[in-house]
Design a protein. Structure first.
Length: 379
C-alpha cells in the first residue's frame, strides 16, 4: 500500500473514500511481493497493481464492491491462484498464488493508515502493521509504528489488547529498522497476546543512497540510472570545475570535497546504512585508496570501483599496504559491474546498476534462461 502512498495520501486530503487491495502473502512465482497494492477511489479511478495484470480486473471489482458496501464494511480476504482446468477462471498465468486483503478506507476512519501514508509521502521512517489473518473482528485493524527509541518503537492505534499492541509494535519496529515489508505472526503458544494473528508490516523508509565518486561522463549516466531505481544520488569530487549541478542535473546533490573526507562526515552523521551503494569511478589512486580504505570498513551494502584488471590488482596491493584485511577486500566489487560487454557510459551504468540490484537481493546475476534459481527472491 505504501508503494502508492502519493496517490492515496492525495485522496485522503480530498476526503475521498477508497478501497485498497494489498498483497499479504505469495506462493510460487507470484509477480508482486507483500505490500504491493491496487486502490480504487469513489470516482472509479484506479492506481497501483497487485499482479502485473493477471487479476487486476477481478481485484478492481472487489474494490468497487467494498466501496458500494459503505462505511464500516468488513475487510475481505481473497486468494488467487493458477488453474488450467477452467478457461474462464481468473488466475495467475505465472503459476503462483497470492492472498489479497481488500479494505475500505474512509476519511478520518483509519487515522493510523492515513498517518502512515503521510509519513511515506514525506520520506519519513514509519511502518503500518495490519491484521491480515485472525479473528474476523480484528481483520484490518492497524498500528502506526515509528523508529526505535530507547529500545522500543513508538506506536499509535490498537489491535484490541495492550499486550498484543506491544508485541505487534516490537515486531513492526524491528522490520522498520531493517527497512523490510512482510508478514509476522504474534500470539503463538505460550504468548500473552491471545489468539495468533498474522500482521502485514509495511515499512516506509527514506530512499536508499547512491554515492558516486568521480565527476566523469560515466558518472552522469550512473546518476540517471540510480535516480530511475529510486536512489537518492550524490556526486562527489574534489575538482570544482567538474563537480557542478549543471553537469549532473539528475543528482539530488553535487558535493565538492575530497571523497574520503565526505564519506567520513556522512558516516559520523549516521546517514549511511546497509542499503547504501558506494561507486568509485575516479580510478585515481590519490582519491581511490583513502576512500576505499574507509568504505570497505563501513556497514554499507555495496562498494564498487572502476578500472581495468591491472588497475584492480595494483589497487588491492595499495589497500593491503594501508592495513585493509583480506576479508574487507572481499567486499570490493572490482572491476565494477556485471559482464554485459558494456562500452558506452549508458551501457556501463546499466552494468553497475544491475550488479547493485543483484547484490541487494542476494541474486546471482546470471541469465534466467536455463537457470534453476527462483525468479523472485524473498524480500
Amino acid at each position: 500500500m505504501l508503494d502508492i502512498a502519493d496517490e492515496l495520501h492525495e485522496w485522503c486530503l480530498r476526503g475521498l473514500p477508497f478501497a485498497v487491495a494489498t498483497v499479504t502473502a505469495t506462493g510460487g512465482s507470484a509477480p508482486r511481493q507483500p505490500g504491493a497494492a491496487l486502490a480504487v477511489d469513489s470516482e472509479g479511478t484506479a492506481v497501483g497493481s497487485v499482479s502485473g495484470g493477471c487479476v487486476e480486473g477481478a481485484v478492481y471489482e472487489l474494490c468497487r464492491e467494498a466501496l458500494e458496501a459503505g462505511p464500516g464494511a468488513p475487510p475481505v480476504l481473497q486468494r488467487f491462484g493458477y488453474s488450467d482446468e477452467d478457461a474462464f477462471a481468473v488466475g495467475l498465468t505465472c503459476g503462483g498464488d497470492i492472498d489479497i486483503l481488500v479494505q475500505r478506507i474512509d476519511p478520518g476512519g483509519q487515522p493510523e493508515i492515513a498517518a502512515a501514508l503521510a509519513a511515506a509521502v514525506r520520506g519519513e521512517a514509519a511502518a503500518v502493521a495490519r491484521v491480515v489473518a485472525g479473528p474476523p473482528e480484528l481483520l484490518g485493524l492497524a498500528l502506526l509504528v515509528g523508529p526505535r527509541q530507547a529500545g522500543a518503537g513508538w506506536y499509535e492505534g490498537s489491535l484490541g489488547d495492550p499486550e498484543r499492541d506491544r508485541a505487534a509494535a516490537g515486531e513492526a519496529a524491528a522490520m522498520l529498522a531493517a527497512g523490510r515489508t512482510g508478514t509476522v505472526v504474534i500470539g503463538a503458544d505460550g504468548s500473552r497476546c491471545g489468539v495468533p494473528l498474522t500482521l502485514l508490516v509495511e515499512s516506509s523508509v527514506p530512499p536508499p543512497r547512491l554515492l558516486v565518486f568521480g565527476a566523469i561522463d560515466f558518472a552522469a549516466a550512473l546518476v540517471r540510472a540510480g535516480s530511475f531505481l529510486g536512489y537518492r544520488v550524490t556526486v562527489c569530487d574534489a575538482r570544482p570545475v567538474f563537480a557542478t549541478p549543471r553537469r549532473f542535473p539528475d543528482a539530488d546533490e553535487v558535493v565538492v570535497d575530497w571523497p574520503h573526507r565526505y564519506l567520513d562526515a556522512e558516516a559520523r552523521a549516521g546517514r549511511l546504512d546497509g542499503r547504501t551503494a558506494v561507486c568509485v569511478l575516479t580510478h585515481d589512486a590519490k582519491f581511490d585508496i583513502p576512500l576505499l580504505e574507509r568504505a570497505l570498513r563501513l556497514p554499507v551494502g555495496y562498494v564498487g570501483a572502476m578500472g581495468s584488471r591491472r588497475t584492480h590488482l595494483d589497487r588491492l596491493d595499495r589497500l593491503r599496504a594501508t592495513g585493509v584485511s583480506e576479508r574487507e577486500l572481499d567486499r570490493l566489487r572490482s572491476p565494477i559491474g556485471l559482464d554485459l560487454g558494456a562500452r558506452t557510459p549508458e551501457e556501463t551504468a546499466l552494468s553497475i546498476a544491475a550488479e547493485i540490484v543483484a547484490l541487494r537481493h542476494g541474486a546471482t546475476g546470471v541469465p534466467l534462461t536455463g537457470a534453476h534459481t527462483p525468479i523472485h527472491t524473498a524480500a
